[in-house]
Ligand binder design. Structure first.
Ligand SMILES: Nc1ncnc2c1ncn2[C@@H]1O[C@H](COP(=O)(O)OP(=O)(O)OP(=O)(O)O)[C@@H](O)[C@H]1O
Ligand SMILES: [Mg+2]
Length: 297
């Protein structure tokens, strides 16, 4: 299992849209996918046709990350009715607001990691849709993640927010969870021919130069239409939807490649300076498999 958060410290820039687009790409490819809806607005749960159909939700999981609670908080997306595949949602709840402290405890920060380690063998990919802030919920999502994909619009405030997010990720990585990396940025709602957009895209490309992915997503009515119908973009008709789907395929490819990069967690975990904090739980099975060698039949 690999975990990717989709984040931006600014609201309304397209986090949920990108999370749903990636979910659609993963679903079309047959990956066993779980979307964790950490945003108190619950837009991802709505978009995946999974609102309010379960006895538990992600707020219960954060209070008590036990097996039964985790399982009860996860429901199948209605996308599975249109096309075969495996896509589930850990339901969002307005109650997650109670976990959005500006100063979360270390114990709180590791709760989602704890929960996800319990379903590690059931999913190939977990996507986390985070709220638009750097408070407890977003950081809880980040601490449970291997990679973070940032979303930004080509506007001044959004560029400033992307810069802050990148710095916050690097701080968290140095202090708490060495496996964490920013994957890159989706520059969303681009209008072709806008000089202001071109200028801000240049700034974002500078900010994310080097090892980071930068990818452009145009403003497209088809995205809102597919969302409105509660359908994955990969099954929506028309050339425009196909172009959008292709962009999410490319982002998913980049994420899958990035997950394969050497996982420093297990080596870094042995370092003293991380020993006090690091509670990385996922991936232990890999250590076991490496010890005993590949299974023989
Ligand atoms: N590329 C795009 N083209 C057209 N509409 C878009 C695009 N990206 C996002 N939208 C629309 O913009 C609105 C906001 O997007 P979205 O909900 O994904 O943002 P968000 O960052 O998740 O917001 P919040 O901070 O409230 O969680 C939605 O109505 C969505 O359909
Ligand atoms: Mg959202």
């Amino acid at each position: 299992m690999h975990v990717l958060s989709v984040s931006s410290l600014k609201g309304g820039v397209g986090k949920t849209t990108v999370a749903l687009g990636l979910a659609s790409a993963a679903f079309a490819r047959g990956l066993r996918t779980l979307v964790v809806d950490l945003d108190p607005q619950c837009d991802a749960s709505t978009g995946l046709g999974a609102f309010g159909v379960s006895t538990k939700n992600v707020a219960d999981v954060l209070s008590s990350p036990r097996h039964a609670v985790v399982h009860d908080s996860i429901v199948a997306s209605s996308w599975g009715k249109v096309q075969s595949g495996h896509i589930d949602v850990m339901l969002g709840s307005p109650k997650t607001l109670n976990f959005d402290h500006p100063n979360p405890t270390l114990r709180d920060l590791w709760r989602l990691e704890e929960a996800l380690s319990l379903v590690e063998r059931e999913y190939d990919l977990v996507l986390i849709d985070t709220p638009p802030s750097i408070n407890g919920l977003t950081r809880t999502g980040w601490v449970a993640s291997d990679r973070i994909l940032l979303v930004s619009e080509p506007s001044i405030f959004s560029v400033v927010a992307a810069d802050r997010a990148l710095k916050a990720i690097n701080e968290l990585r140095k202090g708490l969870t060495p496996r964490l990396r920013a994957l890159g940025v989706v520059i969303n709602r681009v209008r072709q021919g806008s000089h202001e957009h071109e200028y801000r895209i240049g700034e974002l490309q500078n900010l994310f130069q080097g090892e980071y992915l930068t990818i452009l997503l145009d403003e497209k009515a088809t995205i809102q239409q597919a969302q409105g119908a509660g359908r994955p973009i990969h099954t929506w008709p028309g050339d425009s939807a196909q172009q959008v789907a292709k962009i999410f395929d490319d982002v998913l490819d980049a994420a899958l490649v990035s997950f394969q990069l050497v996982d420093e967690t297990r080596t870094a975990k042995k370092e003293k300076r991380f020993a006090r904090f690091s509670r990385v739980l996922r991936g232990k099975q890999i250590d076991k498999d490496l010890e005993t060698g590949p299974a023989q039949n």
